[in-house]
Design a binder for this molecule. Structure first.
Ligand SMILES: Cc1ncc(COP(=O)(O)O)c(C=O)c1O
Length: 512
């Protein structure tokens, strides 16, 4: 039945598609129908992916004539089955084990529906009213959980990369301000200071730190990679050495970025030692807790000890708070540092509004028009509570610990580190013949093949990464529904694909 069947309006009349007083019933029918479809699809997903190839799907998407509208939402959703829904990658499936994508909590989806329909924009009070106050409460709540103190503040962003970029921008501008205001630096110019700035971060930190340095005009070479220990945590002694070298060379360590939950290993850098070193060298301490922020509400909160000493913190609620994309924030210890992104525009947020203490969030953001993503977290906390979210994260961390034992005891695989959070980096080791066992190039090829073959089968999805230049596989566990049996099954599938590949490699040799 057409979604517009109830309506006497003409679907070719564009006005019937605008959400207004008069079309609210149409909106309700259309959204109810689409929610019903998605819930059926979610309930009936047998595999995380169909395994369709780029070449297989491209013609279907290309065949849609965007200049010939269907004038009917049901027909458009039917079409969407073919161009998207049937072959989408479903993160809620227990054998989706690849990237840092979580299944999402239902209260947040209710929030998503509300926020996109009301469509508040959080740049100014006069476009959001209560939305601004809700966002500010959540920023205060998060800063309180971190322990950033009375002067803390922050802003929701589109994701961890943007949060990291904004943190590096604030750190850069604070370093420049301090350097130019230093005694005896009255002749110093910004152009002399910028090339001397350095960011120190672990070799395992997220690439968005290097990208930020480039975007901020410092160049990726301004980032000094600090070696990690055997658990993939930044070595505090190496950081101390690097800072001392910077000092000796007349460079300015503008920021140290510690990661609380590295993307590949889930490792947490030594936060108290990093804070001590930042204090000694006057460097801005940023903690990238995009992944590890879920610890703020977990029974493992102690793993983040030291984060309360940071100057800024990145949190990605869309990773370990089970929120739909996008939902992230940057928190700062001293709200005054946010002035580095404050610009007043006569049409939007004139200075006089700030003087009258009208809360315009654009004063703290690098975006202007901005989604009310905070509403999703608000409804999540109001319905489930923080402890409920933490229990979900704790469960996947427990599962990763059990999975590590499984991998560790399985002679077909080798696993790199025992996880602190919920990732496992491992690889299949061909061990059936002496030549195979010793050939690193073959080990690379077999693991690359196993991952691709698994993806093409759609039975499960795992990620891949490199360790010391060699190819590895990665599980990222963020779904409490993933059982140890699921993990064992996926390991068997990987071994099966690897075995098939090895057998095919041996074929020419045997027939020769
Ligand atoms: C540690 C870390 N920081 C930052 C990011 C970037 O976050 P986003 O993808 O939300 O931009 C990621 C993404 O995986 C991450 O793992």
């Amino acid at each position: 039945m057409s979604l517009l069947a109830h309506s006497a309006e003409d679907p070719a009349d564009s006005r019937t598609h605008l959400l207004t007083n008069g079309t609210a019933p149409h909106y309700r029918t259309a959204v109810t129908e689409s929610v019903k479809r998605i819930s059926d699809r979610i309930a009936g997903t047998a595999r995380p992916f169909t395994g369709i190839s780029v070449d297989g799907l491209t013609p279907t998407v290309a065949a849609v004539d965007l200049d010939t509208p269907l004038h009917d939402a049901t027909a458009a959703l039917d079409e969407l089955e073919d161009v998207y829904l049937r072959d989408a990658v479903y993160f809620h499936h227990p054998r989706y084990l690849a990237h840092l994508n979580c299944p999402v909590v239902i209260p947040a989806l209710v929030g998503e529906a509300v926020l996109s329909a009301v469509n508040s924009s959080l740049d100014t009070w006069d476009q959001s009213a209560g939305g601004t106050l809700i966002e500010r409460r959540l920023i205060d709540w998060t800063a309180g959980r971190i322990g950033l103190g009375e002067r803390a503040d922050g802003i929701f962003t589109s994701g961890g990369s943007q949060s990291n970029l904004q943190a590096m921008l604030l750190a850069r501008d604070e370093a420049c301000r301090r350097e130019l205001a230093r005694d005896g630096a009255s002749d110093a110019r910004l152009t002399d200071v910028l090339p001397r700035l350095r960011i120190l971060t672990s070799e395992c930190s997220h690439f968005s730190i290097r990208k930020s340095a480039t975007l901020l005009g410092m160049g990726a070479e301004a980032v000094i990679a600090v070696p990690a220990d055997e658990h993939k945590r930044m070595r505090a002694d190496a950081l101390a050495d690097a800072l001392a070298r910077c000092h000796a060379d007349g460079l300015i360590p503008m920021a140290v970025v510690a990661t609380a939950g590295t993307t590949d290993f889930g490792s947490i850098d030594p936060l108290p030692e990093t804070a001590d070193l930042c204090a000694r060298y006057g460097a801005w301490m940023h903690v990238d807790a995009a992944y590890g922020c879920g610890l703020l509400v977990s029974r493992r909160r102690g793993l983040l000890t030291g984060i309360e000493r940071a100057d800024s913190v990145t949190v990605d609620y869309h990773k370990s708070f089970f929120q739909p994309v996008s939902s992230s924030a940057i928190l700062v210890r001293d709200r005054a540092t946010l002035r580095h992104v404050t610009y007043h525009a006569d049409y939007l947020n004139p200075r006089r509004m700030a003087e009258r203490r009208i809360p315009n969030q654009v004063d703290k953001s690098i975006q202007t028009t901005r989604r009310f993503d905070a509403l999703k977290l608000w409804l999540t906390l109001r319905v489930m509570g923080a402890q409920g979210v933490g229990e979900l994260f704790d469960e996947v961390i427990d599962r990763a610990a059990d999975a590590w034992k499984l991998l560790h005891d399985d002679p077909r695989f080798e696993v790199v580190v025992e996880p602190q959070l919920s990732t496992l980096v491992f690889r299949y080791v061909p061990g059936t013949g002496p030549a195979q066992a010793l050939d690193p190039a073959l080990t690379d090829r077999v693991n690359l093949h196993a991952r691709e073959a698994l993806f093409a089968s759609g039975d499960a999805i795992v990620a891949g990464t490199k360790v010391d230049g060699r190819h590895y596989l990665k599980f990222t566990l963020l779904n409490p529904e993933t059982t140890l049996e699921d993990i064992a099954t996926v390991l068997d599938l990987i071994a099966e694909h690897a075995g098939t590949f090895l057998a095919a490699q041996q074929q020419p040799a045997l027939s020769a």
